[in-house]
Design a protein around this ligand. Structure first.
Ligand SMILES: NC(=O)c1ccc[n+]([C@@H]2O[C@H](COP(=O)([O-])OP(=O)(O)OC[C@H]3O[C@@H](n4cnc5c(N)ncnc54)[C@H](OP(=O)(O)O)[C@@H]3O)[C@@H](O)[C@H]2O)c1
Length: 259
């Protein structure tokens, strides 16, 4: 049996790829999830090349039956030490209007599927009284963005869920970490046409996340200047806060996940 067992959703994406790379080492078993066959196979090969035992599972996270099955099967062979619920999708809105199907897709992927992923891994962790759950939220959970209505709501929901879960699992031996990054240079920012201040590379983001997870931090947020601005923004009167955020208006271009 491997010394350490890790599950990463959204492993085929930008941040997911870099997370796989920072965790791939001999003695580590990994379950890598995603939808894009080529990208998923490429990152699996990279993980194996770096010394990990990696397997992939390609399916849409909305398929809860498959999600639960894949995680339970992997957990039986490789009791999960770390689960990183990283998969997510960004689709924008124009003047407050969002297509209903797109809104469902955002909430289903970023919130419902992330919670389902945790639910699938929790029984094993609770039985063993150990494990680490990491949820990739966003700074838009702290300072919601005008052109990302449902996206901000989904990430704020995930942050709230993680915070409640951490309290609920207190004294069970299970750690919960909520990750709130600012802008990371991935496919997701390629479609974000607007300011992306303090943009961080995906490799640096993954290193920051691993460092925080290694010390079992309850929150990991970066980069510092944007974290500070996001929190300060919350302290301002609403009209002033809205004016400050208007400098971050963006158009979200059509991506793979548009319906
Ligand atoms: N980039 C940023 O600026 C930024 C900032 C804050 C937070 N985040 C969060 O970081 C996480 C990773 O994002 P990223 O920047 O790496 O974006 P990305 O490159 O677009 O990757 C997104 C990943 O999520 C997977 N995914 C999306 N919808 C899915 C679904 N329905 N079923 C299964 N997998 C699905 C994608 O799979 P396929 O590619 O295989 O389809 C891909 O692996 C997301 O949760 C995002 O919200 C990103």
């Amino acid at each position: 049996m491997a010394e350490r067992s890790i599950v990463i959703t959204g492993a085929s994406g930008g941040l997911g790829n870099s997370l796989v790379e920072v965790y791939s080492e001999p003695g580590t078993a990994m379950l890598l999830m995603g939808r894009n066959e080529n990208r998923l196979e490429d990152i699996k090969k990279r993980a194996v090349h770096l010394g990990a035992q990696a397997q992939s599972a390609r399916f849409p996270l909305a398929d809860t039956t498959t999600l639960v099955q894949k995680i339970s099967d992997f957990d039986r062979e490789n009791p999960i030490d770390l689960l990183i619920a990283n998969a997510g999708v960004k689709i924008g809105n124009v003047d407050g209007i969002e297509d209903a199907a797109q809104m469902s897709k955002i909430l289903d992927t970023n919130l419902r599927a992330a919670i389902n992923t945790v639910q699938a891994a929790l029984p094993g962790m609770i039985e063993r009284r150990r494990g680490h759950i990491a949820l990739v939220s966003s700074l838009s959970a702290i300072s919601p963005q005008p052109d990302l209505l449902s996206y901000s709501a989904s990430k704020a929901g995930l942050r709230a869920y993680g915070s409640a879960l951490r309290q609920s699992l207190r004294a069970t031996g299970i750690t919960v970490t909520i990750i709130c990054p600012g802008f990371i240079d991935t496919k997701m920012t390629d479609i974000h046409i607007g300011p992306t201040p303090f943009l961080v590379s995906k490799e640096r983001a993954a290193r920051i996340i691993r460092k925080g997870l290694d010390r079992k931090a309850p929150y990991i947020s970066f980069p510092f200047p944007l974290v500070l601005l996001a929190h300060l923004n919350n302290l301002l009167p609403a009209r002033l806060s809205d004016w400050c955020n208007s400098g971050l208006r963006a158009k979200i271009e059509t991506g793979d996940d548009d319906i």
